[in-house]
Design a protein around this ligand. Structure first.
Ligand SMILES: O=C1O[C@H](COP(=O)(O)O)[C@@H](O)[C@H](O)[C@H]1O
Length: 308
């Protein structure tokens, strides 16, 4: 490490590897190598209630299409690896435009058939609090683009509450019910959350992730799942995993495309505060990976960028 051609360490602790330009990628290495020691570490961190944090890595792709295809390929490999390692895989989905493109790209990838979808647990990082089937729900969009097109076990798909669900039009009751569902899936002796192999997040123009918005009271909620009222982005009522819950995931991938995301992405990687810029407060246990297109990477600090 660190020799000629090896990773270099930037001031913020992120390390980078310069790739030949045709790969159009900037990658930093902050991951742990041995799976077993990684899981041991994660177990210890979960038991102690303190998630051990990874360094961030950044990969840049030429445009939104290539970004979506690359994320889809990574996701299929991650699911295959998780299933090979522990027999099942769990993902946490996000909403938004790039998420929909990733979902479509997974289905378009022939290798998605290699995944045993009946052994994939599906959770959500956030949801718009609307009736089931509303086209604005992240669930509805994910079902149309991916979930309805692969042979999942319906019992392993865990949508966040809807206004016409069992807890009714009460977002706090819905958030509490989702927290209970998560706790039921947690491993015995572990914290109140199940193991998440990979948790994907979009990044808002204001730096929000899931439905954790800048300066919102959700930052003071110590519960794993929070009801969000007064969201600055419609709809105003939502359900979200809180940042500490997000940060229990083994890998967190922040996926952003487009010039309107450049400022938030740049500030998060430059070390902004998480209350002002929630994306800056995201760290997976073994990996934090920023997956960007060139437009979204335009303001990434130069020391972390090998190619614009
Ligand atoms: O409202 C939401 O927005 C963010 C970002 O969406 P995008 O379309 O700007 O990429 C998304 O990550 C979140 O899940 C969703 O509820």
């Amino acid at each position: 490490m660190g020799g000629p051609g090896g990773p270099r360490t930037g001031r913020s602790g992120q390390r980078r590897v310069d790739h030949p330009p045709r790969h159009d990628a900037l990658v930093t290495a902050g991951t742990r190598r041995a799976d077993r020691s990684r899981h041991d570490e994660q177990d210890r961190a979960e038991r102690s209630g303190k998630a051990k944090m990874s360094e961030a890595s950044v990969a840049v792709h030429a445009d939104a299409d290539l970004l979506a295809q690359a994320v889809a390929a990574r996701l299929v490999v991650k699911l295959l690896d998780a299933q090979a390692e522990r027999g099942a895989a769990s993902i946490v989905l996000t909403g938004g435009r790039i998420a929909a493109a990733v979902h479509r790209a997974v289905v378009a990838l022939p290798a998605h058939d290699a995944v045993d979808w009946s052994r994939v647990d599906v959770w959500w990082g956030d949801e718009r609090f609307l009736p089931a089937g509303d086209p604005e729900r992240n669930e509805t969009q994910a079902r149309a683009a991916l979930l309805d097109l692969v042979p999942l076990d319906p019992a392993r798909v865990h949508p966040m509450p809807a206004t016409d669900g069992p807890t009714g039009d009460d977002p706090e009751a819905g958030a509490a019910a989702y927290a209970e569902e998560l706790a039921r899936a947690a491993r015995p002796g572990h914290a109140a959350l199940p193991h998440f192999d990979v948790l994907m997040l979009g990044v808002g123009e204001d730096g929000h992730v899931a439905s954790v918005f800048p300066e919102h009271p959700v930052h003071h909620d110590s519960r794993p799942v929070s009801a969000v009222r007064g969201s600055p982005k419609p709809p105003p009522v939502r359900t979200t995993l809180t940042l500490p819950s997000i940060n229990t995931a083994e890998e967190v991938w922040l996926v952003a495309s487009g010039a309107d995301k450049a400022r938030a992405v740049g500030m998060a990687l430059a070390g902004a505060g998480p209350k002002q810029l929630p994306a800056a407060g995201v760290q997976g246990v073994s990996r934090t990976l920023w997956l960007l297109d060139r437009a979204a990477a335009a303001d990434v600090p130069p020391r972390l960028r090998s190619l614009r």
